[in-house]
Design a protein around this ligand. Structure first.
Ligand code: SAH
Ligand code: SF4
Ligand code: F3S
Length: 472
């Protein structure tokens, strides 16, 4: 019998890269590859790269330097190790990678992962292979689904890509160039994927897309369905107890999405809605095509539909021309909205984007200083948000054993990690947890006995309490 070949895959960047990595593993499973956590014994190493900021992008070349030594070592032992670069750097700098890094055998852009087996074969027979075209066909039509045992091994929470690419062209951003034009997958394909996942134990589905609420996939009725319509439909699938979506754009928040938050208990009241800046002048220069007030109005619409909704966001500090006054407007917006958390980044000029040609650079010192001030404000909001959970009883979807023996960790509706002492039987269930304390970003608590159930006699008997799937 032929021994399985070993595949090691390392992903950088966003959730879509995490998901794509799984789909590449699925595609290569058919070729006899099994995943390995160690790079040293791998027959194939895939770097799934991110181009969003300079730092992310440069990691590729330093990682390739390290891999060269590992590949040489394998060769000394008579083993061939192949190295592939996938993801957004592959798309943006494919030929440069081939030129600069002879260690690389295959370069494959994000829309061509279904061609990986052919590209590997090509590299084996003809040297090296590069594919960064945007093929006419949809890769998802060709990527094999994961096997049931693979789904189970991946846990109870899963991403599903529903939309990919971006037509917004924010002036700082590479995504429209690396992921291509906006494409939505048809509803029936997504339903098939979600059903397969739910049938194999997945309880939480996060629909992902670079612009997920621009979703307009073809529905079974032949019409274009919105993200809201898709969510209503997916909430009906047995086993799906939590639904999320990411990342949204403030310009594409339709009424059906707001209504879905009002009507669907499975749709979690936590929305990542990046705004980037609170200054209208900067927002215009970024080509965001919304103002700070537009954004506040979108937030108000969500809050009117669902009182317990919370938000996270992304911010860029030091965009070209950002004045102290512009930055103050960002701080003011953050103060007004009140976030459960947010990511903030220093502006990084990206080759080929319009902002890279803008002259009025903010100095490195000013950027650093603004980043610290913004992060302090966001951290204080996040800490207050987390501390507010203490003493309350919240629903937790349990995911896996925690590091401490006997502890199981899950997540609240707001993705806060929550730890309880319990048996592993509760994994995959949503149970009410009385939150007792907060340790850094983690909540600690005890499973609350549902009011109608008899109180447990023995210390461990709460574990055997009939599972109470709430949130569905
Ligand atoms: N599609 C999402 C996010 C895309 S990238 C959206 O539209 O919001 C994730 C985040 O990276 C962005 O929200 C932005 O805050 C940040 N980002 C993108 N390009 C950047 C750049 N050139 N410099 C610094 N941060 C950047
Ligand atoms: Fe980038 Fe803007 Fe598209 Fe988001 S909406 S992916 S920030 S171009
Ligand atoms: Fe990075 Fe590409 Fe995602 S640039 S953030 S991996 S879409």
């Amino acid at each position: 019998m032929k021994l399985p070949r070993k595949l090691h895959i390392k992903s950088y960047g966003c959730q879509m890269n995490v998901y794509d990595a799984q789909r590449m593993v699925d595609a290569l499973a058919g070729e006899g590859f099994v995943e390995t956590a160690s790079v040293d014994d791998a027959d194939l190493v895939i770097l799934n790269t991110c181009h969003i900021r300079e730092k992310a992008s440069e990691k590729v070349y330093s990682e390739l330097g390290r891999l060269r030594a590992v590949k040489d070592e394998a060769a000394r032992h008579g083993r061939t190790m192949n190295i592939a670069v996938a993801g957004c750097v592959a798309q943006a700098e494919g030929s440069e990678i081939i030129r600069r890094a002879p260690v690389v055998d295959v370069v494959v852009g994000p829309q061509s992962y279904h061609h990986l087996p052919q590209l590997l074969a090509q590299a084996q027979h003809h040297g090296r292979a590069l594919e960064t075209e945007f093929p006419a066909e949809d890769k998802f039509g060709f990527l094999p689904p994961p096997k049931p045992e693979t789904i189970r091994a991946r846990g109870i929470s899963s991403f599903v890509t529903v939309q990919e690419g971006c037509d917004k062209f924010c002036t700082f951003c590479v995504v429209p160039y690396t992921r291509g034009a906006e494409v939505s997958r048809p509803v029936t394909k997504i339903v098939d994927d979600v059903t397969r996942l739910a049938d194999n134990g997945v309880r939480e589905i996060t629909l992902i897309g670079q612009n997920v609420n621009a979703y307009h996939g073809e529905g079974p009725d032949g019409r274009a369905w919105s993200l809201g319509a898709l969510l209503y439909h997916l909430a009906e699938i047995p086993g799906v107890v939590r639904l999320r979506y990411s990342t949204s754009h403030p310009r594409d928040v339709e009424d059906t999405l707001i209504e879905a938050h009002r009507d669907l208990p499975a749709l979690m009241p936590f929305v990542h809605l990046p705004v980037q800046s609170g200054s209208d002048r900067v927002l215009a220069a970024m080509n965001r095509r919304h103002t700070a007030s537009d954004y506040r109005r979108v937030i108000d619409r969500f809050r009117a539909a669902r009182q317990d909704i919370a938000f996270s966001s992304d911010f860029i500090v030091g965009f070209p021309g950002e004045s102290e006054e512009d930055f103050s407007a960002t701080l003011a917006l953050v103060t007004q909205i009140g976030y459960a958390g947010a990511y903030s980044f220093k502006y990084s000029p990206r080759p080929g984007t319009p902002a890279a040609d803008m002259r009025e650079m903010v100095s490195a010192e000013e950027m650093d200083e603004r980043l610290v001030r913004l992060q302090e404000l966001i951290d204080s909001q996040q800490s207050a948000f987390n501390a507010a959970a203490i003493g309350s009883t919240v629903d937790v979807l349990f995911e896996r054993p925690a590091r401490n023996p006997g502890q199981i960790v899950g997540r609240t509706a707001y993705l806060q990690p929550a730890h309880v002492m319990a048996s592993a039987d509760i994994i995959g269930q949503v149970l009410p947890v009385k939150i007792e304390s907060l340790e850094r970003y983690s909540l600690l608590g005890e499973i609350a006995v549902p009011a109608h159930a008899p109180r447990p006699q023995a210390a461990v008997s709460h574990v055997t309490t009939p599972s109470m799937i709430t949130g569905a």
